[in-house]
Structures are given as structure tokens and as C-alpha cells.
Design a protein around this ligand. Sequence first.
Ligand code: COA
Length: 374
Amino acid sequence: MKQVVVTGTGLFTPENSISNDELVASYNTYVDMFNAKNASAIEKGELEAMTPSASDFIEKASGIKSRYVMDKAGILDPETMVPQIEERPNEAPSLQAEMAVKATQQALDEAGLEASDLDAVIVACANLQRAYPAISIEVQSLLGVEGFAFDMNVACSSATFGIQMGRDMVRSGSAKRVLMVNPEICTGHLNFRDRDSHFIFGDVCTAVILEDSETAKNKNGFEIIDTKLFSDFSNNIRNNFGFLNRTDAEKRDDKDKLFIQNGRKVFREVSPLVAQMITDHLAANNLQASGLRRMWLHQANRNMNNFIAKKVLGYEPDFDQQPTVLDEYANTSSAGSIIAFHKYKQDFKAGETGVICSFGAGYSAGSVIVRRAG
Ligand code: COA
């Protein structure tokens, strides 16, 4: 069986960042405007007054301090509260494809490869900006890759599911070198007028190159020891946006056509499940949690990650063992654990082992055990 190795990772970070204070100031201005406009209905008890948001709640409940965004002005304008992203002509590269190409270049550099060395492209992310043609085929064309490409969506677990797909493809021989890339424009599906969730997401793109260790140029990559995927249906994280929305004019603009979640339930249900999944995955590979150098966990909630890591390891890990990027990037859906891996992998010595783990809507979860080669 071929040994598949991650030989390169890449990260595209948008230029603009929004702090909690900036986001909350915009939200609270909107709340004041809403309450003033509806003062008489609120007074009569016909309408509930909106409640302000608070930066200290956001940081304490989630660990998020800021997020990068593709458009800052539109999100912060209390009149719009939506990123303003102009539609491009069909002849121009789409925004997601453009982000993907930028992240890929960095991954190719690390792998010591040219785009023409790749023969398969997987775009794996929670939201695709159009139905077709596939964004991945556009990325393939922009990069000049001969072979095939496809899009896939398993929400926040798209990247780990994509890594398993890419690994299986290299192992079976259906592809030699796979690009797995995650262009996440999460602010496009976030309801910035919803107090419970307006602070959650940010935008980013990550890229991963997977290839056969025998033919890899970069001999210090990360061997994939094993992957394990899990899914179990739940309505607790949902987005009903889809092509049938236009067929029901009365409901097409309802709040459920953007991201909605029951965050408390997600926290309670998913955390133990993921801890058990990683524990079982390590055991199935005859590995001890005590031998893990690092866990690159999905970046949705700092307290959730602390719970999971403590359950797996048996003690509270420090930043080095369980790094977070949530403070700077917020939740970037499928890209979160890959950002953590990208930023915190260079200090690994040959033979050291770690786990990349994602979890989210579906429910879905993925665990990827890696070991530094060399
Ligand atoms: N500002 C101030 N207070 C807020 C607030 C805001 N923006 N949003 C909610 N609150 C208040 C609530 O009204 C509630 O007040 P109460 O106790 O007086 O009723 C209190 O804070 C707690 O609300 P709750 O929604 O239970 O917060 P929480 O501690 O569960 O944190 C999340 C919310 C979303 C941060 C957290 O549940 C979470 O991250 N869950 C996991 C989600 C996840 O992993 N999802 C995957 C997505 S891809």
C-alpha cells in the first residue's frame, strides 16, 4: 500500500480584520435603530425589543477576538450588515477560485512542485458560490492542471473528508498528486443581525497537497497514518439556502436561509462524541494519547476544544499541544483545523505524531493522524 504524505499546506488570509468591539458597535447601532423605529409596537407589547451584544460575552463564550473578512465596510454598516461583493462576469475568475489559487501557490512552494505536477483538484468547503460549473474545475483551469476536479461539501468537516478522499485516490492510483483546497467565505452566509451568532465566522482559504511518499520531492512532509470519518444526522446546525428557495416566495428570505444553530446543544452533544472518536482512532492504530505531540482541532469554540483535548489526553493541554487560531480568525468552517496545522507544524521533529480533527454540521467529524516524515 502506498504511503500518502502531506507535502505542502497554504493559507490565504484576507486583508481586512474586524475586532469584536467593531462588530458589536455596528450590531448595537442596528439594535438602537430597530428599537427606535419600532418603539410604539414594543411599548404595546406587540414586538420584542432587541437586546445589545457584548464583546466580553463573545470572547468568554467562544475565544473569538477578531475575524478576517473579504469585505469589512458592508458588514459593519448598520444599514446593510452584509459583505458587499460585486458579481463578476463569467469570464473573470470567481472569488472562491481566486482565493484557492492564492492558498495553493504557497502549498506548492512547500511541496517543491509546479501546478502542472498535480493531477486532481478537490474543492472542499461548506458553501459554494454557485451551483456549477464546479469551482474546482475553474481552479484546475486557472492553475493549468491536467486531470480531473470536483467539489464536495461536508460543512465544517469538508477538509478532513477531503483529505481522506485525496489519500484514497493516491493509494488506489486514480490520482498521483491531489490538491485539496478550502475557500471559505463564511461571512456570506452569516446573519449579522442575529445576536446569538453574528460573531462566529470569518473568511479564509487553506490548501493541502497529498502525494505518494515514494515520489514526493519534499521528504519532510507529514505521513498520513490513518483517517477516520463520522456522520450522524442532526438539525442543530442548519442552513436551508438552496435552489428550491425561489419556488416558495413567502419563505425564501426567512432567517433559516442563512446559518442557524442551537450552539448549546451542539457543544453538549458534539464535544464528548469527538473526544471518543479521537480516543478510538488512536487505539485502533495502537497509539497512546500520551504520545501525541499536538492536536490541531476544529476552530469553533475554545472551551469546546479544551474539553475535547482534556478528555483525550487526561489533563489540560497547553497552547503548544493544542494551538488555537480562533482568537485571530474566528470560526472559518472547514479551514479552521488546517489553519492551525499550517501555522503550527514547522517545529515537528521526524517521527512526532499529531491529530488533525474537524467537527460540525451534519453532524460530521473527521480525524486524521499524521507523523512527521524525514
Ligand atoms: N452578547 C451578549 N450576550 C449574549 C450574546 C451576545 N452576542 N448571545 C447570547 N448571549 C446571552 C444569551 O442571551 C444567554 O443569556 P441568559 O443566560 O441570560 O439567557 C447567555 O448569553 C448564554 O447564551 P448561550 O447561547 O447559551 O451561550 P453559550 O455559552 O452556549 O455560547 C456559543 C454560544 C455559540 C459561543 C456556543 O454555544 C458554541 O460555540 N457552541 C458550539 C457551536 C459549534 O461548535 N458550532 C459548530 C459551528 S460550525
